[in-house]
Every structure is written in C-alpha cells, then in structure tokens.
Design a protein. Structure first.
Length: 67
C-alpha cells in the first residue's frame, strides 16, 4: 500500500506536481501497472464492492452510475 503525504497549504501546487512526477517516473513499468491495479481495487472496495465505471456492451462506451 502507498503512503499518504500531507502537504503544507503554503506549498505551491507546481512543487507538489514536480515531486509526484519524479516519484512516478522513478518507478518501473511493472510498478506503475500494479499501482493502477491497487488503486482500482481500493476504489471498488470503497464503493461497496461495485466498480465506479462499468462497460455498457456497446464497445468502449463506459457509463458512471448516477448518484
């Protein structure tokens, strides 16, 4: 599981973006892939076991459920 990092509200957004880009680019393609799978698993778990988006059977069209 990843780490949660809290930033000072006075930190410029550009600095945060640069730092996160550096962390992302330092990972191997395999680590990036498994990171995406981990985020997907977390999002499904937090949504009560249902995916946030699901295929509609019409090719690549994806629909978000109405909340």
């Amino acid at each position: 599981m990843g780490k949660l990092k809290l930033y000072d509200i006075n930190t410029p957004r550009e600095t945060i973006v640069e730092e996160r880009d550096g962390v992302y680019l330092s990972r191997s393609p395999e680590q990036r892939f498994f990171g995406v799978l981990e985020l997907n698993h977390i999002s499904v778990t937090m949504n009560g076991g249902k995916p946030l988006k699901s295929p509609q059977g019409k090719g690549l069209v994806i629909c978000k459920p109405a909340i």
